[in-house]
Write a protein that binds this ligand. Structure first.
Ligand code: ZN
Length: 275
């Protein structure tokens, strides 16, 4: 497929993805089956959209491959969020990273397990595995300006920072508003001091949703990881990650829907039993 033909399809897919999903608007909680289906179909289509936008789809075979791996990753994201909702945040985080790595790899023209991604504060690290074809570097770093803003927001609205179940987590002495028990900026969760464990589990689901949207975001300012000549370097800076879909999702949903009808909120409320 040439680029002229792929762009309109890519934008149509992106527009569809940004539309509020009717099944999630009707109620404030949905069945796990609906959540699983939403993750599988949403990730499958979004992975194809990212591949199209990044010019990695050259025919139906490529499109089918992206749809299939995207669907498998979507199921992985769903299962990861279920793990986090049940109190296994680290297991959920690891499964999310694996699912996100597959989406990242496959939509960038690499094999599904060529690189494993690890989100660090401010930077995303992608480590080349033995399956990577001609990797330019073992450790590949990309900087995200949105992540810096989210980190500053989390720091500004909290009183303590801690490492909790593999996440950089925050604790606040006072709620942002009356009856608010926790909040998450990007991938940084904050819980109001003294609140039950279900609040952290709820915010952890939001963190995993954030990582999912980051993986599905087309990234035009990232360099490819393959080397043309010479030997593999230890570390390389690969450019900037915009988190375009994550950013658009937050802006559009915040503007269009009340908080409790946003798909992220509906999903977290449906998976986590409140205490
Ligand atoms: Zn929430």
């Amino acid at each position: 497929m040439n680029k002229k033909k792929t762009w309109p399809i890519a934008w149509l897919l992106a527009a569809w993805l940004l539309l509020p999903k009717p099944c999630l608007q009707a109620e404030h909680s949905v069945s796990e089956r609906t959540i699983a289906m939403g993750n599988v179909i949403g990730c499958s289509v979004s992975t194809l959209a990212r591949g199209l936008i990044q010019g990695k789809v050259h025919g139906l075979k490529d499109a089918a491959r992206l749809l299939a791996y995207g669907a498998a990753s979507g199921y992985g994201f769903y299962h990861a969020k279920k793990q986090a909702a049940a109190g296994h945040a680290l297991a959920g985080l690891l499964l999310t990273n694996l699912s996100a790595s597959v989406v990242d790899n496959i939509s960038s023209g690499e094999g599904p397990l060529s690189y494993l991604g690890f989100p660090l504060p401010l930077f995303c690290l992608r480590v080349a595995t033995p399956l990577a074809r001609r990797p330019g570097a073992l450790l590949n770093f990309a900087f995200s300006p949105r992540d810096l803003i989210n980190l500053l927001q989390a720091l500004g609205k909290s009183d303590r920072v801690m490492l909790r179940d593999g996440l950089l987590a925050f604790e606040a002495n006072h709620p942002l508003q009356w009856n608010v028990r926790g909040w998450t900026y990007g991938i940084y969760p904050t819980v109001v001091k003294g609140k039950p464990g279900s609040v952290f589990r709820h915010e952890t689901v939001h963190v995993l949703q954030g990582l999912q949207l980051i993986a599905l975001s087309p990234e035009p300012f990232l360099k490819g990881h393959r080397r043309r000549e010479g030997s593999m370097k230890i570390a390389s800076f690969c450019g900037f990650r915009l988190h375009s879909l994550a950013l658009a999702n937050d802006l559009v949903l915040t503007l269009l829907l009340p908080h409790e009808k946003n798909w992220k909120e509906v999903e977290a409320r449906s998976l986590v039993v409140p205490e």
